[in-house]
Ligand binder design. Sequence first.
Ligand SMILES: Nc1ncnc2c1ncn2[C@@H]1O[C@H](COP(=O)(O)OP(=O)(O)OP(=O)(O)O)[C@@H](O)[C@H]1O
Ligand SMILES: [Mg+2]
Length: 285
Amino acid sequence: MNQPNAPLPADVLLRAQSLSVRFGGLLAVNDVSFDVRRGEVFTLIGPNGAGKTTVFNLISRIYAPTSGSIAYAGPAGTVTLTEQPPHRVAGLGIARTFQNIELFEHASVLHNLLIGRHTRRETGLWADMLFTPRARAAEIRAREKAEAVIDFLELQHYRDTLIAGLPYGVRKVVELARALCTEPQLLLLDEPSSGLNVEETDDMAFWIQDIRDELGITVLMVEHDMSLVSRVSDRVLAMNQGQVLATGTPHEVQTHPGVVEAYLGTIDDVSSLRRPEGSAVGVRA
Ligand SMILES: Nc1ncnc2c1ncn2[C@@H]1O[C@H](COP(=O)(O)OP(=O)(O)OP(=O)(O)O)[C@@H](O)[C@H]1O
Ligand SMILES: [Mg+2]
């Protein structure tokens, strides 16, 4: 199944090639190609139903493409991601957050981070059960990592609080923390600002920039809030009805005539479409 792969260019972490996905009669993703470069924030935008989440789900192996493939520069060389079993994705250094937060409500922040870390187990079940020196060392590393991430995202105050007792905005940061605990090289963020107010969205923009600039993690995100998109993205890909409309800098894409048309048809600057505070719906056609 795993063919030898031609290595990707050194600056490319992930390359999607002619991806298509058909759901019955609907071509949800239609011949989509793009590169995610190492160390950048690359953002998918597009109106409702454009196919953004479907692209995301192809990368995290929730869906298989009808045609096309994804090459990924994994820790042991370039692999065809679309041939990997879903459970291998975390081990390849890919982590994601979900639009609907998925945390253990009745566990503390710290425990949620430790559970998240288990997706990249370094020891086998028997080693864990027998608490061998290797398992013990892995446990210590996991705790050190969790504490470092708590410090990095300034969650110290909430470290021992149960998720159920936390405001929504803090939960979003905890989800980010849990993904970081797996030490990804590629972080997929699914609408990181959804449900956040303006101030929380501002904080989220800082965290995303810090994750790229200080941790050197490449970020691929789907986002509707155009002010957040412009602020943090190095490059943007706009989709509509499954197809790529434009790829470029945030400014290039926002002013692209096809993108403007896809959003509303009449406006001349999609940045004016900032989502109303607290709304779960952003720029939608
Ligand atoms: N599992 C599925 N089965 C059938 N159709 C699907 C499935 N998943 C997505 N679709 C359809 O594929 C199209 C693209 O959906 P997708 O969720 O990727 O859009 P999106 O760009 O993420 O939109 P939104 O901004 O609303 O989240 C939509 O028409 C959607 O209804
Ligand atoms: Mg979506």
